[in-house]
Design a protein around this ligand. Structure first.
Ligand SMILES: [Zn+2]
Length: 253
């Protein structure tokens, strides 16, 4: 029963995240006006605005101009609901659940804006400082230093990579948006899970690179948005960070 509610809640939040992903880079308000068809401007009715179901009822087309609606809207809704479900399964009805899902919403918005526009807006990174204060409130000042070290460590590490990349390829290979995003992830996760997130990001980016290279879809030194990989690593580190660290230490020692 509770799990069903979490899924419905996740789908509704996902629907709002779609609005943020579309409107924030265009400098539009995310509160008003009501959602419109991007092709003909037809204002969506309440029935046309239900997550997932409306898309199925309308067969993926605008009811007014019949232009097809991107299946990505549904994908973001289902992705958000899945993330919420896994977080609830992991943390139950706790403050951790509330703050981590809040941060993961931001992660989802950043990921898709980075995919669409190759930018990570500064305002979104600043909003992330709010959930970044949660460990201070939960664990006190003593433990919070681990999170500040995480922010400084990942931020300066990525800055060094950006500078070295610039020197090696004579063009920007990692943007400042990625550097700031890495610092924020360090603040949220602390340095230990922060390293797990970054390692997972580099591993997943390398795997994709090796898969795509034979198809000539990608060239060495080409700039790829690294934000989505950081997001993927962050999700796994947030959900299973300490499990991954224990597993890794067992293999090494
Ligand atoms: Zn339309």
């Amino acid at each position: 029963m509770l799990f069903t509610l979490v899924v419905i809640y996740g789908l509704m939040v996902g629907s709002f995240l779609n609005v943020c992903i579309y409107r924030l880079p265009r400098g539009e308000s995310v509160v008003k006006p009501r959602s419109r068809c991007p092709h003909c401007g037809h204002q969506l009715t309440v029935r046309e605005n239900i997550p997932v179901l409306s898309y199925l009822f309308l067969h993926g087309k605008c009811s007014s101009c019949k232009a097809s609606i991107s299946p990505r809207y549904v994908l973001v809704e289902i992705l958000t609901a899945t993330v919420f479900l896994i977080a609830y399964w992991q943390f139950g009805p706790t403050l951790d659940f509330l703050f981590f899902t809040g941060f993961l919403c931001l992660v989802i918005v950043i990921t898709f804006i980075d995919l669409d526009h190759q930018i990570i807006p500064n305002q979104l990174l600043l909003v992330g400082i709010i959930p970044g204060l949660y460990p201070l409130f939960r664990d006190g000042w003593g433990a919070y230093k681990l999170y500040l070290v995480g922010a400084l460590g990942l931020g300066s590490g990525f800055y060094a990579i950006a500078v070295l990349g610039q020197l090696a390829f004579r063009k920007e290979s990692m943007g400042m948006g990625d550097v700031k995003y890495a610092a924020l992830i360090g603040l949220i996760l602390g340095w230990q899970s922060g390293i797990v997130a970054t390692a997972l990001a580099f591993v997943s980016a390398s795997i994709l690179f090796l898969v795509l290279m034979p198809f000539k879809k990608i060239a060495f030194g080409q700039r790829i948005p690294f934000g989505p990989f950081l997001s993927l690593g962050t999700f796994f580190a947030l959900m299973w960070g300490s499990d991954i660290i224990h597993w890794y230490l067992k293999q090494v020692f």
